[in-house]
Design a protein. Structure first.
Lengths: 686, 159, 188
């Protein structure tokens, strides 16, 4: 009942979206306001429709309807209710519905805003959002239907949407259960965060396309979508960080980022999105780089779809990839179509996208922002090449190859360092004009302070040159950024006569994006500390220990005390848990419990580390193997990951920074920005 | 005579070196095995280094590495053995030989090209400083003055 | 980043051509890879190119420690991919050996075992455990498995007397009769 209902509603949503595209195009070309309004309402209608379909799917998931193939594949009776709900995005078909749901939500939110001043954009924004929605709904309806049920046809169980002739419904006793790797809280939130980020980039892209189609190529589209791109960036970044945390907690290889092709597929839109975030500021303030911003937003959208395609189609060999599925060629077609159409539009409108001003100095902030863009694009080139080259190699030489961490680390380390350096310099440069002297005057104090810290680190902590360069850049960023806060607050204090903290908070409140950006820079510096720590200073050891035996690593002593193994029938899991005592230089620190969980329904192991985390380092212990019969001994693998905690601390601060910058206060479109340049070109701007 | 001396010296040096290699514990430790295994990828599972891969097959490969180390094979020989047996995909990155030079050359070339394009366009843009009229407010330097003037401006606006 | 200060200048035609060529090449590359991935193993009716299988010590073919597919022209070839770490392979190992012993005296059917990414000591132990006597060797550099685009192990390929593939079995055989019935299709 619910299955047919949900499917029917999806079909209706599909048709409504189709209608909205036709009505919007027809209304725009024939200047029919009522048709456009009708298209807008149709677009709005898709959200409640898809919500109802999603609700039916959740109902089926939660109530153990194992006659539905999707429910059978991703849930089992032993799973708690909240996991049954999140199993929604735990499989291919469900996650496509989830995508559609988010997209319709965002598109509806956008169509609800006031459109008076930008009414010519409206139909084209609807077209882009609806076409994307139609594509995803089409995949769900025709190829990856989560409402398909099992039918008993002549003794065979077959999945069909509607009852075949002479068939009876077949209900399985229990489901296969969600992949245990996906049952971790991090994994419960990680995919929806990534999807949120992916989907919200559709909105800036839709506005960019609308600007190109209508020929209204001033920076209006950028103003309208500024907050969208910030939120999109927030979700995408948060999704990536959660993915890293999940890998660290669950995958049991002592790290958080393995340069796996699928991780890179999610990372690439983040790179272009970050570049976009910086370069739109140049267009807002100086009217430059209109072409480039268009290209960036198209790249971001294409990489979002391309990334989803790569992870879903089985083109990439990866632990994450879904198995071969029929939707690969369709995704391929959609990526090609959107890429070709968008690039054709940009080329067509190229002459209209001219700059309004000129660059004045190679050291001006806009020039440094361009350098920042170059660096992000370079990292993108490295990542893209690393993902694509194995395909080319296999095709032309027949030889499968791997491109792993050594390549990416070597290639991106100098680029990331240069980005850190820019992060220290750029806040001090001025829009329009800076010279070496002005920069030097603004920077020398911080540079001296950072050098002193580096020298101290050289004598007390490490003599590794790479680490020292990294620490120098990180401290430079911290000093420069704090100095910026201090200087701004002092200036305001002087003018307003407020006390320092009032001045600071008002200053930040009135320049959210700028100071939110600085908070993000600080968080990046903290994250860099964590990354330096684990990349350069990680040590590990492994050994088979009998009870009472010890392993030593980096000043720690790990002593194997006991091992217990038991079944938890309710959860359908067998736990094997070791207890080890931790000493540092002879002082007892406590015990850790690395364990292996074996899930009966999916017949999979999960290796859960015992981790002791401090600001200085993480002691990360894995239970690799054990002798089940004699209980003679167990093999442990122990990592010491110095400073890695700063990565997570930095991530939290990062969230604070973005939320601070993106928090809605008043309509951003009404803000008087670029106050100086406005005078001469008010006709073009509004 | 010289030649003989040289050969003697060489054999002595070599024996020193090899004795270091062979004088190890007869069964190499897990750490020694992992040091090699971490540079190799599991040939059947996707993008998983051999040292952390939990499957039975990977355990066998680690035992193989242990055996090979005990037999005195060097790291490079072991890697070569894996490439011969299971293909180049067991390496963490393409071998630096043959047609794979393209793999290592192209990214720096593209990045360099991007840098040159950026630099040239910057130069092209910065040359014509023909319109300094409007730059009064922008020329201010990032000193306190900029902030002071900015806030004074803001203050006026708020009234 | 190719911004220009000249008013109303379009994209130069050679840049346009370069962009479209790049996109076409990229899409073609991904598209071809995708279609290869979707295509699965080689299909019945395909002609199998020649390959060389080095043999494990203890196996010999006409005094050589390797066999070439081309040497078996006019004979029916049963090519089985297996590995010692593969549990389902063990289910069919005895059946394959039994079928081989049944056809061996006539000399018109050849069984080849290809050991897919495996370690030699374990592979030899496996062969010994199941007493396998037909030709067996490692798939050096996964060259043979790439010809057949195997998806996993066990997989068995039946090549007729003219070198054309006529049947693919994915997964283990359930009985000797199953193997025999497939072979007998092509025997006179």
């Amino acid at each position: 009942m619910f299955a047919e209902f949900g499917y029917g509603i999806l079909v209706v949503a599909f048709l409504v979206a189709l209608y909205s595209v036709v009505a919007a195009i027809y209304g725009a070309t024939n200047k029919s306001a009522s048709l456009v309004e009708s298209a807008r309402r149709a677009m709005l209608l898709t959200f409640p429709l898809i919500s109802i379909a999603a609700a039916s799917l959740i109902y089926l998931l939660v109530n153990d309807h194992y006659e539905v193939s999707f429910v059978y594949e991703v849930t089992s009776r032993s799973m708690p209710t909240y996991l049954k709900i999140t199993a929604w995005w735990g499989g291919q078909a469900g996650s496509l519905v989830f995508w559609s749901f988010l997209l319709s939500a965002f598109a509806s939110a956008v169509t609800l805003r006031k459109w008076e001043r930008d009414i010519e954009f409206l139909p084209w924004v609807i077209v882009v959002c609806s076409v994307t929605l139609i594509f995803f709904l089409g995949l769900v309806i025709f190829y990856e239907n989560p409402f398909t049920r099992f039918w008993l046809v002549g003794g065979n169980v077959e999945p069909h949407m509607f009852a075949p002739l002479n068939a009876t419904l077949f209900t399985a006793q229990d489901g296969q259960g969600l992949n245990p790797l996906l049952r971790h809280p991090g994994m419960v939130i990680h995919p929806p965060m990534l999807y949120l980020g992916f989907v919200s980039y559709v909105i800036p892209y839709a506005f960019a396309m609308a600007a190109l189609i209508t020929g209204r190529t001033d920076d209006r589209w950028i103003r309208l979508t500024r907050r969208w791109s910030l939120w999109a960036w927030l979700f995408l970044s948060f999704g990536l960080v959660l993915g890293g945390r999940w890998a660290y907690d669950v995958l049991g290889w002592g790290g958080y980022w393995g340069w796996d092709p699928v991780e890179i597929a999610a990372f690439m839109p983040w790179l272009t999105g970050t570049a976009f975030l910086h370069s739109v500021m140049i267009q807002e303030k100086r009217g430059l780089l209109k072409h480039w911003n268009m290209i960036l937003v198209i790249l971001t959208y294409s990489l979002v779809i391309f990334g989803t395609f790569l992870t879903r189609s089985g083109v990439l060999s990866s632990v994450h990839a879904f198995a071969n599925s029929p939707i690969g060629p369709l995704f391929m077609g959609f990526v090609s179509l959107s890429l070709i159409v968008s690039i054709a539009l940009v080329i067509w409108r190229w002459p209209d996208l001219q700059s309004e001003t000129e660059m004045k100095s190679m050291l001006s902030r806009e020039a440094l922002f361009l350098l920042n863009n170059l660096l992000f694009m370079s990292i993108l080139v490295v990542c893209f090449w690393g993902v694509i080259f194995p395909l080319a190699s296999e095709l032309f030489t027949g030889q499968k190859i791997t491109v792993g961490p050594p390549f990416y680390e070597r290639a991106t380390a100098p680029l990331f360092s240069a980005l850190l350096f820019l992060m220290a310099v750029a806040p001090l440069s001025a829009w329009g004009h800076s010279t070496v002297q002005t920069l030097g005057r603004a920077m020398w104090k911080s540079a001296v302070a950072a050098s002193i810290v580096t020298v101290i680190l050289f004598f007390t902590y490490t003599s590794k040159i790479g680490a020292l360069i990294g620490f120098f850049l990180v401290t430079l960023i911290l000093f420069v950024t704090f100095q910026e806060f201090w200087r701004g607050a002092r200036a305001r204090q002087k003018v307003q006569g407020e006390n320092f903290f009032t001045a600071l908070s008002r200053l930040m409140g009135r320049n959210r994006r700028r100071y939110g950006g600085y908070i993000i820079h600080i968080s990046m510096a903290l994250m860099a500390i964590g990354i330096l720590g684990i990349e350069i200073f990680q040590t590990s050891t492994q050994g088979l220990l009998a009870q009472g035996e010890e392993l030593e690593i980096a000043g720690y002593t790990v002593k194997y005390r006991e091992l217990a193994s038991w079944d938890d029938a309710g959860k359908g899991v067998n736990f094997t848990r070791a207890t080890v005592d931790i000493y540092e230089n002879g002082i007892y620190l406590g015990e850790l419990n690395p364990r292996i969980d074996y899930y009966f329904d999916s017949q999979q192991n999960m290796t859960i580390p015992g981790n002791r985390s401090t600001f200085r380092d993480d002691l990360y212990i894995l239970l690799v193997d054990w002798q089940p019969v004699s209980n003679m001994g167990a093999t442990f693998k122990i990592y010491v990951n110095p400073l890695v905690n700063w990565l997570w601390i930095g991530s939290l601060l990062f969230l604070v920074g973005i939320i601070f910058a993106a928090w809605p206060d008043h309509d951003p479109a009404e803000e008087p920005v670029r106050n100086v340049r406005r005078v001469g070109q008010s006709s073009a701007a509004d | 005579m010289k030649k003989i001396l040289l050969t003697l010296a060489l054999t002595f040096l070599l024996s020193l070196f090899t004795s270091v290699v062979f004088a190890q514990d007869p069964t190499p430790s897990d750490d020694e095995v992992n040091a090699v295994a971490s540079q190799l990828y599991c040939p059947v599972c996707e993008s998983t280094p051999l040292d952390v891969c939990p499957t039975e097959a990977c355990r066998q490969w680690r035992d193989l590495i242990r055996q090979q180390l005990a037999d005195g094979m060097t790291e490079d020989q072991i890697k070569q053995y894996f490439v011969d047996n299971y293909g180049a995909r067991v390496l963490a990155e393409p071998p630096k030989q043959g047609s794979y030079w393209l793999f290592y050359i192209l990214p720096p070339v593209i990045i360099l090209a991007g840098a040159i394009i950026l630099f040239r366009s910057l130069k092209a843009w910065t040359k014509p400083i023909a319109a300094p009229a409007s730059s009064g407010a922008e020329r201010s330097e990032p000193s306190k003055d900029e902030y002071v003037s900015k806030f004074e401006e803001e203050l006026k606006k708020r009234k | 980043m190719t911004e220009t200060t000249n008013p109303k200048r379009g994209v130069p035609i050679w840049v346009q051509i370069a962009i479209w060529l790049f996109i076409a090449a990229l899409l073609a590359l991904v598209g071809v890879t995708l279609s290869k991935r979707q295509q699965g193993t080689v299909q019945p009716g395909d002609t199998i190119p020649n390959f060389t299988l080095p043999l494990f010590s203890g196996y010999e073919y006409e005094g050589q420690n390797e066999v070439k597919l081309s040497a078996f022209e006019g004979k029916l070839v049963v090519l089985n991919f297996w590995a010692s770490w593969c549990k389902p392979c063990e289910q069919e190992a005895a059946e394959l050996e039994e079928a081989w012993e049944y056809y061996e005296p006539n000399g018109d059917v050849v069984f080849l075992g290809v050991d897919y990414v495996d370690t030699e000591p374990e592979a030899r132990a496996y062969l010994k455990k199941f007493g396998i006597t037909f030709f067996n060797g490692p798939d050096m550099g996964t060259k043979i498995s790439q010809i057949f685009r195997v998806r996993g192990v066990p997989e068995t390929y039946f090549i007729d007397q003219s070198g054309t593939l006529y049947y693919v079995k994915v997964g283990p055989f359930v009985s000797v009769d199953e193997i025999k019935s497939i072979i007998d299709q092509k025997l006179p």
